[in-house]
Design a binder for this molecule. Sequence first.
Ligand SMILES: [Fe+2]
Length: 183
Amino acid sequence: MRYTIDELFGLLEDKGGSRYGGEHLSQLAHALQSAQLAVEAGDPASLVIASLMHDIGHLVGKGDEGLAEKGIDARHETSGALVLEQVFGEAVAAPVRLHVDAKRYLCFAEAGYWDSLSRGSKVSLQVQGGPFNAEEAKAFIELPYATDAVKLRRYDDLAKVKDKQTPALAEFRNWASRLPAHA
Ligand SMILES: [Fe+2]
């Protein structure tokens, strides 16, 4: 299915109230915190919107809440990137497509990264294939947009703070308008 920008924002608004993975906050709160971190880091609109929409794959289709706990990988990064590619193009879609592999990369590349992951992230890592080995890590970091995906991954990991104040979803609509139209 092809979405418009407004429909994607509507999905976050309407379906984003559900719990985010095994965490203690909603999908929408997690998305807003991720996007806020990208804004604070001075990232371009493409990475701000990628951060906001990085888990949209959980909300398209039937939804996949709880599948990782059951050992099933719904590949939300792939379904999300497919939708985002049509609407925003590759600069938004690629970091989203790669944000799970970025976790697998950081588990290899950075001492202490695995320990820092939340319980939900550790559970999903197992069904996502576990940490990369040296060869996989090298191949990953040479891909286009891999460094954006690593940045997005760090926002994703940090965007799990209960009751944190963020801008409202509507405030990010302008960031989306700044991107070249693909739809
Ligand atoms: Fe996330």
